[in-house]
Design a protein around this ligand. Structure first.
Ligand code: ADP
Length: 481
């Protein structure tokens, strides 16, 4: 064992000799100091690993041993052991109560080494804990420094989601002084913690549009502070599409889709010429192949038309031809096609519209397009059961006509529900990818409904089915509105 230094504070010469003799035998070096502030300052230069305080020393403020005085002299972590006569049980108890680590007897009885080693290793352990706590504090400070230099919002919350820290970017969005609340309330306007955080024990990821109208992708992770408490650090990246990039992207979609229209029309035309036999007779196999070409060009044509439509709608380049219309008349435009799609899949399409439903002031073709998109999706994503189109009247405010398309299909996972309206978004599942689609129908539909002053929203339970509803202002001149 490495030589350890022990400082003895006291005037008992017999005890000093006895201790020196015993301790040197076990490779420990003892030096005595006067039990005063001056003595303890002198002992600092000796740099002891352990301190022995004779309990026969006169009492000083701070108890016996005067722990405060010893620590203040610079012995922050060394174990302090009382040295007492066997009969001085009261002094021993008092010294332990005032913070001594342990005690030994004078004259020394048996081998004191195990007690001294135990006291020193306990102090080492404390030192290590103190060191790691200090390291944790430093690390947490560094985390805050890093967060403060980020240009996008970041914050730290406690396990109950109370805000502990916000960086400057977050304060610039939300203002000073909101740290008294929870993140789910202050940042996301919710009364309950968000699902994504409740469900994830470690790292969580989510997207959110904050008060400044910008979209952010967030990532959170858990850190531990020096008190052993968990804190959650959330950092974000601005993912708001750049306006210039969006402009280029829209121009690109517009050019490409218009350029595709001409060759597609030619493919369709020549396929028709061949099918009608105008270019000579076809055998059965050739007819089948040309049918496939025609179907594929029709699908591609649909996609191109949807792209052009989405582009125009999202750029605000579309005009509504508004007129007073009745929902059943609008449905008639698309019902035949929807019925045959449903029949092909062996599904029942049910329509329930009350006879006294108020009229709406809309672009009939556009609203028919929305119904076709919603019901088309329901048919695509339902294998058995029914697809229902219902309508009703809600007298709240100026009155609204609500149209609902409900199905008993595959449903939409809750995490995807708010995103299915995003351009090109499709739920990542085999059942969805087996079906045709480009993730444009709902984007277009929502924009059309918004342009009419209405709202389109969805409810769904994964595996149980979905319901899409849209509300339109009821026509003012109508008797029910
Ligand atoms: P598309 O149907 O062409 O993929 P949409 O914008 O119409 O695009 O729909 C986006 C996504 O929303 C679909 O790919 C699908 O994942 C999901 N979805 C829409 N309607 C339903 C529905 N009725 N049932 C289940 N999933 C649906």
């Amino acid at each position: 064992m490495k030589l350890k230094r022990i400082a003895y504070f006291g005037d008992d010469r017999d005890a000093i000799e006895d201790l020196r003799e015993t301790l040197e035998k076990i490779n420990l070096q003892l030096k005595d100091f006067s039990p005063t502030r001056a003595g303890s300052l002198e002992a600092v230069g000796f740099n002891p690993d352990l301190i022995l305080w004779d309990l026969d020393n006169a009492e000083v403020d701070g108890g016996n041993p005067p722990i405060e005085m010893i620590r203040e002299s610079g012995f922050e972590n060394q174990p302090i052991l009382g040295v007492a006569k066997r009969e001085d049980a009261e002094k021993i108890v008092k010294s332990l109560a005032s913070g001594a680590t342990d005690f030994i007897y004078k004259p020394v009885i048996g081998n004191p080494l195990p007690r001294l080693v135990a006291a020193m290793s306990a102090s080492q352990r404390d030192k290590r804990v103190n060191w790691s706590n200090r390291a944790l504090d430093t690390m947490n400070e560094q985390v805050r420094t890093i967060l403060s230099s980020l240009k996008d919002p970041a914050y730290i919350v406690d396990p109950e989601f109370n805000i502990l820290y916000m960086n400057r970017a977050a304060i610039e969005i939300y203002g000073e002084g909101i740290e008294d609340g929870t993140c789910y309330h202050m940042f996301y306007g919710r009364s309950q913690p968000c699902d994504v955080c409740l469900k994830s024990k470690g790292t969580a990821r989510w997207r959110s549009i904050l008060k400044n109208g910008k979209a952010y992708r967030f990532m959170s992770t858990v850190i531990v502070n020096s008190k052993g408490e968990f804190e959650k650090v959330a950092m974000s990246t601005d993912i708001t599409p750049d306006e210039e990039v969006m402009k280029i992207y829209k121009t690109f979609i517009s050019n490409v889709s218009h350029d595709l229209r001409t060759p597609l029309a030619a493919i369709d035309q020549y396929a028709n010429i061949m099918l009608e036999g105008l270019a000579g007779d076809l055998n059965e196999d050739q007819k089948k192949y040309i049918e496939v070409v025609k179907r594929s060009s029709f699908r591609l044509g649909n996609l191109v038309e949807n792209l052009i439509d989405a582009n125009n709608i999202l750029s605000g380049h579309f005009k509504l031809k508004l007129r007073v219309s009745k929902i059943p008349d609008i449905l008639d435009i698309v019902l035949e096609r929807l019925n045959s799609q449903a029949q092909e899949k062996g599904l029942r399409l049910q329509v329930q519209i009350p006879g006294d439903l108020p009229s709406v002031y809309v672009d009939t073709q556009r609203i028919a397009q929305v119904i076709a998109n919603l019901a088309g999706n329901s048919i695509k994503f339902t294998e058995e059961g029914i697809v229902q189109i219902r309508a009703g009247y809600m007298p709240r405010g100026d009155g609204r006509v609500i149209v609902s398309v409900e199905d008993s299909g595959i449903g939409i996972p809750s995490d995807d529900l708010s995103r299915v309206f995003d351009m090109f978004y499709r739920v990542e599942s085999d059942q969805v990818f087996l079906e045709e689609g480009a993730g444009l129908g709902l984007t277009i539909s929502r924009e059309i409904i918004r342009a009419h002053g209405g709202t389109l929203w969805a409810e769904s339970l994964e595996g149980m089915g979905s319901a899409f509803h849209f509300a339109l202002p009821a026509h003012k001149g109508d008797k029910n509105s």
